[in-house]
Write a protein that binds this ligand. Structure first.
Ligand SMILES: C[S@@+](CC[C@H](N)C(=O)[O-])C[C@H]1O[C@@H](n2cnc3c(N)ncnc32)[C@H](O)[C@@H]1O
Length: 275
């Protein structure tokens, strides 16, 4: 495993000039970024994100299943199926964490295929290691510890790149997408699975109550931290709407950009192709 050098990510995203919604999420200012609802120094955000995942790592999978009533498995399965991977494909799982998406992808790329889990947080990858080790797919999966904003991979070396519930955590999400574009081969596929806001009003209000009152309470009970589980709903509310994100992907040079809402828009699968 390569280790990060301890420096904050070097952002090359656009300078933010207003407090407009898009400024808050997709384009962090070079000096500031949002950690949930808090505006923090950009150099501080990755540390806060790192601490957050250090806190939740050991119980991450359990909490995911508990808080989403198991739905995250269905979302991940659907997202990987939509990628239409081929045998022999090389796949990058950015912000791969406990490797759920990597395991699903490894099942689709055959014996000649390979999946790389790429994550900045060792504790998160370690939490998922037993799952991978106990799977027959283990030989197809490898790990790199590093920053998604500075992928330590050569240009044009992957057939597909995916990021699940990770892009929102980056200090400069656009830089993460740009890096994914760089390491994809021409014709390579991008998949991004991310939370969003429900489309139906009453469902949205119910979801708000659940995510701001119930989820942190369960977090306090299970992980001993209320705050760790307010970051989740706050960062979701601060993140871009699907149309904005698609415009960003198109601007970065992806074609065939589109999205599909899952479970009333709680989660969204984005796709694109490197032209
Ligand atoms: C919500 S988890 C998602 C894990 C997994 N993809 C899933 O769907 O369950 C977000 C992951 O992004 C990782 N992450 C956050 N910032 C990162 C960065 N700058 N570079 C690489 N990984 C990062 C975290 O360590 C964490 O494992």
């Amino acid at each position: 495993m390569a280790t990060r050098d301890g420096r904050p990510p070097q952002g090359i995203g656009k300078m933010a000039d207003t407090d407009h919604e898009a400024d808050k999420n997709l384009t962090a200012n070079h000096e500031t970024a949002y950690f949930g609802y808090r505006r923090v120094a950009a150099a501080e955000k990755w540390q806060l994100v790192h601490q957050h995942f250090d806190t939740v790592a050991r119980k991450y999978d359990l909490m995911n299943s508990l808080l989403s009533f198991g739905l995250h498995h269905l979302w991940k399965w659907t997202a990987v199926k939509m990628m239409a991977l081929h045998p022999g494909d090389r796949v990058l799982d950015v912000c791969g964490g406990t490797a759920d998406l990597a395991i699903l992808a490894a099942g689709r790329v055959g014996r000649a295929g390979r999946v790389v889990v790429y994550d900045i947080n060792r504790a998160m990858m370690a939490a998922g290691r037993p799952k991978v080790a106990h799977s027959t797919l283990a030989p197809r999966i490898s790990y790199i510890q590093g920053d998604a904003e500075r992928l330590s991979c050569p240009d044009a070396c992957f057939d597909a790149a995916m990021v699940g519930f990770g892009i929102r955590n980056l200090t400069h999400p656009q830089v993460g997408f740009r890096e994914m574009h760089r390491v994809l081969k021409p014709g390579g596929k991008l998949m991004c699975l991310e939370f969003s806001k429900p489309v139906t009003g009453w469902f949205g209000r119910l979801y708000d109550f659940y995510s701001f009152q119930i989820m942190p309470a369960i977090g306090k009970l299970m992980v001993g931290s209320w705050q760790a589980y307010t970051y989740l709903p706050e960062s979701i509310r601060m993140f871009s709407q699907p149309e904005e994100l698609c415009a960003v992907l198109t601007g970065l040079g992806f074609s065939q950009v589109g999205y599909r809402r899952l479970t009333n828009g709680i989660a969204v699968v984005y796709s694109g192709v490197k032209t």
